[in-house]
Design a binder for this molecule. Structure first.
Ligand SMILES: Cc1cc2nc3c(=O)[nH]c(=O)nc-3n(C[C@H](O)[C@H](O)[C@H](O)COP(=O)(O)OP(=O)(O)OC[C@H]3O[C@@H](n4cnc5c(N)ncnc54)[C@H](O)[C@@H]3O)c2cc1C
Length: 531
């Protein structure tokens, strides 16, 4: 059934629930402009949930793109002040090993100085003492102000703050058509991916914040944007291998960043061209190539246990129309296409009320949202300045459980009688699951298991859903959150997604675990028989 909606309350439609879209929703809400954000899957389901979580100091870009380096330096300092609960201020090292480009190593301090970026030279022995897993033949080392940032918490806190100020959000809702008439988008067709419901809305302005899908969405309005899709694969180790972010001291390349996150480390990344951003999955070839390269910097990567690989897609915008901000990496291939952000006013293509904001980095999302918000205000003739530069991001109930320390701390401090641990790797209890389900309110029953995985640590530990998947599903049935076959359908979907990440790292213990999981899910639940 198609319902017509006149969203008097929502003047702006934002497409995409990643860090950019949720950042734009918050920016507009703080300016008093009501918006509706629609996301075809769930928050952080795109690149925002598929990156390293590195809060760039900017040092990675000093050689290839000083402008991007400066943006990262300024924005990371700002975020450390305004959203400290999402950040671990780990600091970072840049280290070189024999064979790395000596010219670049010699130039690095001057390149940092030109941008105004602090980089402290360390004696290699000091660096090796600070990070015992570093190679023993480090030849140069610098300390920089890198940190880590929780992208899930960031998206959840952004949208929670925006909604508390009047914004609205629909997840599992895909934009299927942008209907242009007389030089502007008049109506937008929405499709609920779970219920099949159709909706038509009439926003005054549409902001395309759909990341790697930006070209596909722009095409719907007949306003083409030439986007190249570059997949990056990352792998997660079972243990945290370093206290700090460890970067290879060379021009940005594959496998040169090891980022700690809670109790694990994340190694990345690659850059592989793909045609369809929906067809993004880590491959054995990428994982093997990365490990071969990275062990020169951190030798334990050869023998450590990996719990999962995953991938995200970067939108590399070739048709920048003069709007994109430069080149993030420049050692050839896809790394030489723009990794700066693109802010495009499609009025130049005959669609007056349509803006695209894409590309850039997690680290610079606030700045990108500010620029999109400024342009939106000009179009809507609203004269209110951006407030995200000074207004702290409030922590939200929706985002709190993504913190890897909170589950265990809550259990130890405040375990209630009758409560049980459902996810043993990450110590997530039944009460915590119930509180998240209540938080998701009206659409909590849609993709509950995947939604819990985004909003908490469920399924993110070493078992990767092997034990906690069936246990959480059973709990959701017991508590009435799920009924009929929905739980088994969801479990199958959830396990399928986790499997994509396990398939490329199947050797040693993970291989044994995969066999056990198959026995549990197929032997006990006959999941393989479900369509
Ligand atoms: C491998 C990799 C590693 C990275 N590492 C870092 C890092 O360490 N630090 C850093 O600062 N940056 C990093 N980045 C960059 C960072 O992840 C991105 O800049 C950022 O996440 C982009 O967010 P976004 O909201 O623009 O896009 P996305 O997060 O991709 O969000 C777009 C959303 O739009 C939705 N959507 C698409 N089409 C539609 C439609 N028709 N209707 C409704 N919704 C739709 C999608 O489902 C998606 O959720 C990395 C990127 C990659 C790929």
């Amino acid at each position: 059934m198609t319902k017509a909606l006149k969203p008097d309350a929502a003047r702006v439609l934002i497409i995409g629930g990643g860090v950019t879209g949720t950042g734009v929703a918050r920016d507009l809400a703080l300016r008093g402009i009501p918006s509706l954000l629609v996301e075809k899957r769930d928050l952080a389901a795109g690149a925002s949930g598929g990156n390293h979580g590195l809060l760039h100091s900017g040092a990675r870009y000093v050689g290839s793109d000083p402008e991007a380096a400066r943006e990262c330096m300024e924005e990371s300092a700002l975020l450390k002040r305004l959203a400290p609960h999402c950040i671990e201020d780990t600091k970072g090292l840049f280290v070189a090993v024999p064979g790395d480009d000596e010219h670049y190593i010699a130039e690095f301090p001057d390149l940092c100085a030109k941008v105004g970026l602090p980089a402290k030279e360390l004696d290699p022995k000091t660096a090796m003492a600070m990070e015992p897993h570093l190679a023993r033949d480090v030849i140069a080392a610098y300390e920089v102000r890198d940190g880590t940032i929780d992208p899930f918490m960031l998206c959840l806190d952004n949208i929670s703050h925006a909604c508390s100020l009047g914004a609205q959000m629909l997840r599992n809702t895909k934009v299927t058509a942008l209907n242009v008439e007389g030089g502007a988008i008049r109506t937008v067709s929405l499709h609920n991916e779970k219920t099949g419901d159709e909706l038509v809305i009439e926003p005054e302005l549409v902001i395309n914040a759909s990341g790697a899908w930006a070209g596909i969405v722009a095409d719907m309005a007949g306003a083409p944007l030439s986007v190249v899709h570059s997949q990056g694969t990352l792998v997660i180790t079972q243990d945290r291998l370093s206290a700090r972010v460890v970067n290879r001291l060379r021009m940005a390349s594959d496998a040169d960043i090891l980022v700690p996150g809670g109790s694990v480390s994340i190694l990345g990344t690659t850059s592989v061209r793909i045609d369809d951003p929906d067809d993004c999955r880590p491959t054995v070839e990428e994982v093997d190539r990365m490990l071969d390269d990275a062990i020169a910097m951190v030798p334990i990567l050869e023998t450590t246990r990996y719990i999962r690989a995953y991938a995200g897609v970067r939108p590399l915008v070739a048709d920048t129309n003069g709007d994109a901000n430069g080149d993030g990496d420049s050692n050839g291939g896809d790394r030489s296409v723009s990794r700066g952000y693109t802010l495009k006013d499609h009025a130049s293509q005959g669609v007056a009320n349509f803006i695209t904001i894409t590309g850039g980095k997690l680290t610079t999302f606030r700045y990108m949202a500010e620029k999109a918000g400024d342009l939106a205000c000009r179009k809507l003739k609203v004269d209110v300045p951006c407030r995200t530069r000074t207004e702290p991001l409030p922590p939200s109930d929706a985002g709190r459980w993504t913190d890897p320390r909170l589950g265990a701390r809550t259990w130890v401090d405040r375990a209630e009688e009758g409560d049980v641990i459902l996810c043993e790797c990450e110590m997530v209890s039944g009460r915590v699951v119930d509180s998240m389900m209540q938080e998701m309110a009206q659409d909590s029953k849609l993709s509950a298991l995947s939604a819990l995985n985004i909003r908490s640590r469920v399924g993110k530990g070493p078992c990767q859903g092997c034990f906690c998947g069936p246990r959480v599903t059973a709990h959701l049935y017991d508590e009435g959150w799920l009924e009929a076959d929905r739980g088994l359908d969801e479990l199958k979907e959830f396990v399928g997604r986790r499997w994509r990440g396990k398939a490329p790292i199947l050797w040693g213990v993970p291989l044994q675990q995969a066999e056990l999981q198959e026995a549990l899910l197929c032997g006990m639940l006959e999941l393989e028989r479900k369509p």
